[in-house]
Design a protein around this ligand. Sequence first.
Ligand SMILES: *Cc1c(COP(=O)(O)O)cnc(C)c1O
Length: 402
Amino acid sequence: MAHPIYLDNQAATRVDPRVLDAMLPWLTELYGNAASRSHSYGLTAAAAVNIARGQVADLIGANPDEIVFTSGATESVNLAIKGAVEAAYQRSGGGSLHVVTAATEHRAVLDSCKRLEQAGISVTILPVDKKGRVSVKGLAAALQPDTVLASIMWANNEIGTIAPVAEIAALCNEQGVLFHSDATQAVGVLPVDVNEVPVDLLSFSAHKMYGPPGAGALYVRHRTPPIQIAAQIDGGGHERGLRSGSLNVPGIVGFGKAAEICIAERAADAWRIGEMRNALVAGLREALPGITENGDLTRRVPHNASITFPGMQADRVMRAMPGLAVSSGAACSSAQPGPSHVLRAIGLAAADASATIRFSPGRFTTDEDIAAAIRIIADTIRTQSHVEQQDAHEGTRSYSHS
Ligand SMILES: *Cc1c(COP(=O)(O)O)cnc(C)c1O
């Protein structure tokens, strides 16, 4: 069978062939440890890491020494949230501390906050509106004298909604609260620039931007007084003591190359991918008039369409489409059964949340893929809706040919 059409780029992206080419020498003849200073293998690896650090920094307008390499966005988020709060806890001598986040965050953020809560930190989880937007006013009202950190994602991984990060950053700066943003779905797709949006901490990941899995970054703004972060992995003191462990040189080199490509091609890619997303949605709407689209349709990332097929069961629909690789919500939550917390947070009923599929085109998606995907989805939904109707002995909805 031919490879399934891949529309799950918000879960993982294909490694760009140019990235793989850049990585290969570091997996073969150039295998030195970047911390080995006594021979050319180590020094060459350290030089390659330096170049990559510059490329990754350039992508977000940062200085190279503001980039901490990690194993991915999950680790970056854990380091940012737990590290900032732990450092604040030490400074406060054990006083009360408060953190604010939002209901539609990735589990890496929500579960890091839950861990803090178990340790006695108070956590406010802001609601979002129907489009998945947090209210800046609501955030302002939630801030307390003991609030140390707000963590609000730049763009959502299930519904694509872009947060008002500039306003949030301005508010947090004014109130002396650290602002961390999980920008895993934004970096490489949107023009993320830490000079324009003064975030303090920013998490992102190579494998969501056509780099390899296993490489990520945490941006830590240089400022006075310096941002204090307590390391969460102790050891040899790599990454200025913030993240010990021998560096993943091939992964970091690939991350750097992926960043360089995004700098050159991001805008054109985003436009083309957005056009394909729009074509997909238009084709599905024409074939299946009953569908609805989730998220903020005027402020969302181009590589996302979250579509509800009322009356259907997304799991069954997806099983019936082996030729199409899509997902219902976040891959990272697949271990957790039950409808997506993001879809519930925007007010979808459980049945509608379970009837929702995420479509995510990317750099390697073609117009032919989109045309084929529309046919596959429309055929599957029509067939399944008959099955569902027979199951229920009476159909309340019809996806018959229109
Ligand atoms: C994928 C993703 C993560 C986790 O990234 P990893 O690099 O896989 O750990 C975190 N946040 C968001 C918004 C994501 O999309």
